[in-house]
Design a protein around this ligand. Sequence first.
Ligand code: XLS
Ligand code: NI
Ligand code: NI
Length: 440
Amino acid sequence: MKEYFSNIGKIKYEGKDSTNPLAFKYYDPDRIIDGKPMREHLKFALSWWHTMGGDGTDMFGCGTADKTWGETDPEARAIAKVDAAFEIMDKLSIDYYCFHDRDLSPEYANLGESNAKLKVVVDYLEKKQKETGKKLLWGTAKLFDHPRFMHGAGTSPSADVFAYAAAQIKSAIDATVQLGGKGYVFWGGREGYETLLNTDMGRELDNMATLMRMAVEYARSIGYDGDFYIEPKPKEPTKHQYDFDTATVLGFLRKYGLEKDFKMNIEANHATLAQHTFQHELNVARVNGVFGSIDANQGDTLLGWDTDQFPTNVYDTTMCMYEVLKAGGFTNGGLNFDAKARRGSFTAEDIFYSYIAGMDAFALGFLAARKLLADGRIEKFIEERYASWKTGIGADIIAGKADFRSLEKYALEKGEVVDSITSGRQELLESIVNNVLFTL
Ligand code: XLS
Ligand code: NI
Ligand code: NI
């Protein structure tokens, strides 16, 4: 078998004092922590579109990285991509991957031909999975690239486009099920609008829900027992995306009765585009019981778009893993690097440096989050801050034993509130985080 990265060997864990750029400093895949190896706590996944297909093309210039994998013929390239991806996963100890249908295999002359050629690649992936033990984290359909989807897929004003999208999702679900994936993602690429002057928003939202319901019905009918995810994003490519953020998506899911089948795929850079922190989005998902999976990357705070950079900010990875641990860890979900090397980082080595940077940042965040939880000062502070809900009037309110009349009586008798208002202590808490993270 051809080796695509012959000058790069298996990336090993060498510990924090290593200066070898091609070694992990924190990610020690087989180290057992709390009864399972680090690789299972983190469940890293490679993204097909960025890593195997993204060549650095942007609106100002052509690609800078060669992602042809030595093949000009599209069918041969699709197979070469699989081989190269499995080599990358093996060398980096990444156990999972994610795909869009058209990144595995491009569009051909018609849907029938596209489906048939996709199936060839999926069969090959199945064979490679069996040989290597690598797994599919989630699959999805690319419903935003081809011109037919210019006004949306599920939300297109054209019913024919809706039907085409349904057909495409059907084969992407077939592929996901064949490959044993436990997640299927809806990212509403062009499900949004540019102007309300041409948009019937009520119709579009109803249709989007119908498409999702049909997807669930079909998948369950062929035995799929995994999760469906919605990946919120507030803008880009459309001015206003319907899946704005986790809270908006929750309202949508509950309105249409989809909340039992769908969870969130939270993307760090999408959170910040919605003016939230990454942790905020994870927390909203967790407290509402819809935390599912993570698209890990980071944005650039000075830019207003999805830069999808490999994550290196350890505060963010720490607070992310803190939420993941509080949610009980990953079940069907994992940490997918929906991230790409910068256009100027165009060499093959940069793929490895990027993943090492991102994986080490999350391994460090995981260790730091465990330390924060074990330290307990933050948890204890929050617990004590809400102590008034444990006894007396607070406990009565929670137990449903109070109403406006009894609360008025209580407040009149009690007089001004003094003893149960305490300092928020934000600065102290921030310094505790630093104290736990940076013990030299
Ligand atoms: C784009 C999205 C996309 C989804 C999968 O912004 O992040 O890559 O993760 O369709
Ligand atoms: Ni994403
Ligand atoms: Ni994104």
